[in-house]
Design a protein around this ligand. Structure first.
Ligand code: CP
Length: 309
């Protein structure tokens, strides 16, 4: 088993068969995290570097746990503690890491395309752990895994993605991934937070959450990304919450057995009420649990696949 590519830069570049292979591999790895000794020797002797230039709780920790459970060595570098603060470029930083014989660099950066620049320049595998508003492929894959685990299929499901679509790399990767796997994707948010011509990505656009949620099998809520947007895109947090927030009343419009997802971090009481976030339909923490298995699969398949390049 291997992916016949060096890097994972985005869902856009993956074939459906590769996505299926990652999910199947993650299914077999999930059990490792439930053992007393949560480790397999698959990647003993490999060196992985987490290079995070933006804050992260879930992605960074989950890639680190995934690497450790595969017995790889992993170290963490953040922009604030690296020589980037002294003026070193991203590329020079990555080249210096590679000079220490790393096998894989996992990068998060505020600039869309940063992982691609590294992938072209380095021999090491590069994984995109979120680049600007572009893509967050491992998030979309763990979301796919969670939907399949809970609902048993992807094909034909109605999936509503609600929130700040314009600034969301999670939305973009999920739209690409879910479309490739045969789901019907609806997106919803204030008109100012919906990119122009997004219909060309094969989604249905809604401006009222009630319409997007009506008959949905899955509701995926997104955070307002204040750090990426200009001011004035919506009147205020209270209005946003009132018109677009997910509360119990709105959840009742969905299909019976609906699952509620959120990539995190959640802003309780803004895009999702605490009752819904912690309620019986929420799979938010399952997404986090599954993130480790999916990232084990990604790391494993890319590492094993390098020989075939
Ligand atoms: N979902 C996600 O990317 O979360 P973090 O920013 O905490 O990694």
């Amino acid at each position: 088993m291997a992916l016949k590519r060096k890097d994972l830069l985005g869902i856009d570049y993956l074939e459906r068969s590769e996505i299926e292979e990652i999910i199947a591999t993650a299914e077999s790895f999930k059990e490792v995290s439930t053992r007393d000794i949560k480790k397999v020797p698959a990647l003993r002797g490999r060196t992985i570097v987490n290079l995070f230039f933006e804050p992260s709780t879930r992605t960074r920790t989950s890639f680190e746990l995934a690497a450790k459970r595969l017995s790889a060595d992993i170290i963490n570098i953040s922009s604030s503690t690296s020589s980037v603060v002294k003026g070193e470029t991203l590329l020079d930083t990555a080249r210096n890491i590679e000079a220490m014989n790393s096998d894989m660099i996992i990068v998060r950066h505020s600039m869309s395309g940063a992982p691609m620049i590294l992938a072209r320049a380095l021999k090491s595998s590069v994984i995109n752990a979120g680049d600007g508003s572009h893509e967050h492929p491992s998030q979309a894959l763990l979301d796919l895994f969670t939907i399949k685990e809970r609902l048993g299929r992807i094909e034909g499901l109605n999936i509503a993605i609600i929130g700040d679509i314009a600034h969301s790399r999670v939305a973009r990767s999920n739209i690409l991934c879910l479309n490739k796997m045969g789901a019907k994707v609806r997106i919803c948010g204030p008109a100012t937070l919906i990119p122009a011509e997004i219909e060309k990505m094969g989604v249905q656009v809604y401006f009222r959450p009630e319409d997007a949620i009506d008959g949905a099998d899955v509701i995926m809520m997104l955070r307002i990304q204040m750090e990426r947007q200009k001011s004035g895109l919506f009147p205020g947090i209270r209005e946003y919450s009132r018109f677009f927030g997910l509360n119990q009343e709105r959840v009742r419009l969905a299909k019976e057995g609906v699952i509620i997802m959120h990539p995190g971090p959640i802003n309780r009481g803004v895009e999702i009420s605490p009752e819904v976030a912690d309620g019986p339909y929420s799979v938010i923490l399952d997404q986090v649990t599954n993130g480790v298995a999916v990232r084990m699969a990604i790391i494993y398949l890319l590492t094993e696949g390098r020989g075939s390049l």
